[in-house]
Design a protein around this ligand. Structure first.
Ligand code: SF4
Ligand code: SF4
Length: 206
């Protein structure tokens, strides 16, 4: 969940229409029209990426008169479906996947089960990836993949990285090679499997 309190203001005198802001927006909320940047405030999630990257200092984050609360209600989806998707992605439903917005895997899974088909869709409905924009992309991609969705990065988008392999996917020969150097992949996997499978707090009595 995120409470969006800020939005960018464009100084049209300074904007050169370079499109850097377009490329770094995690929710595709800013577009250059007639060589000037235009913000869709309803879509904007207040991350300040555009302000931080604008080479002309043409954007300034200002307080919104009416902050927006962005949240996907996990109760709109049967919780068993959420658990199944999270387990398939090797994530515990209660695990934080976005530290900036304190969003758990179950909320991202619910967003996907309710129709989100890309990291941009997920950011829009959960607020995930509108803080540091770094930590959460992997769990988002893992959950999308577990749901059978293979999103493509937006054209010229810079706020998107490919999925990196998880510990479960390390080939046996690589494990064997590094085990000799003091790595403990199999033990790590055993421990992580326990973390993934731990029952959510509200279901421990089931
Ligand atoms: S990054 Fe700055 S200068 Fe470039 S289009 Fe956006 S607002 Fe204009
Ligand atoms: S979501 Fe972030 S990058 Fe996109 S318009 Fe809003 S503040 Fe700028």
């Amino acid at each position: 969940m995120k409470v969006v309190t800020l939005a960018p203001r464009v100084d049209t005198e300074k904007c050169t229409g370079c499109k850097t802001c377009e490329r770094v927006c995690p929710v595709l909320a800013i577009k250059v029209v007639d060589r000037v940047s235009v913000v869709d405030e309803e879509r904007c999630r207040g991350c300040a990426n555009c302000e931080q990257r604008c080479p002309e200092y043409a954007l300034t984050m200002v307080k919104r008169e009416n902050p927006i609360t962005v949240k996907t209600d996990v109760e709109k989806v049967p919780y068993e479906e959420i658990i199944n998707l999270c387990l398939k992605a090797k994530l515990n439903p209660e695990q934080l996947v976005c530290y900036c917005t304190a969003t758990r895997a179950d909320e991202v899974a619910a967003a996907i089960l309710l129709g989100a088909k890309s990291p941009e869709d997920i950011s829009l409905v959960t607020g995930v990836r509108t803080g540091c924009k770094v930590e959460c992309i992997q769990p988002m991609l893992r959950l999308l993949e577990a749901a059978g969705i293979k999103p493509q990065p937006p054209k010229n988008g810079w706020q998107w990285y490919g999925r990196t392999p998880t510990v479960w996917e390390i080939p046996e020969e690589i494990k064997a090679k590094y085990n000799k150097r003091g790595f403990y992949f199999d033990e790590d996997i055993k421990l992580l499997d326990e973390v993934v499978a731990a029952k959510p707090a509200d279901r421990r009595g089931d």
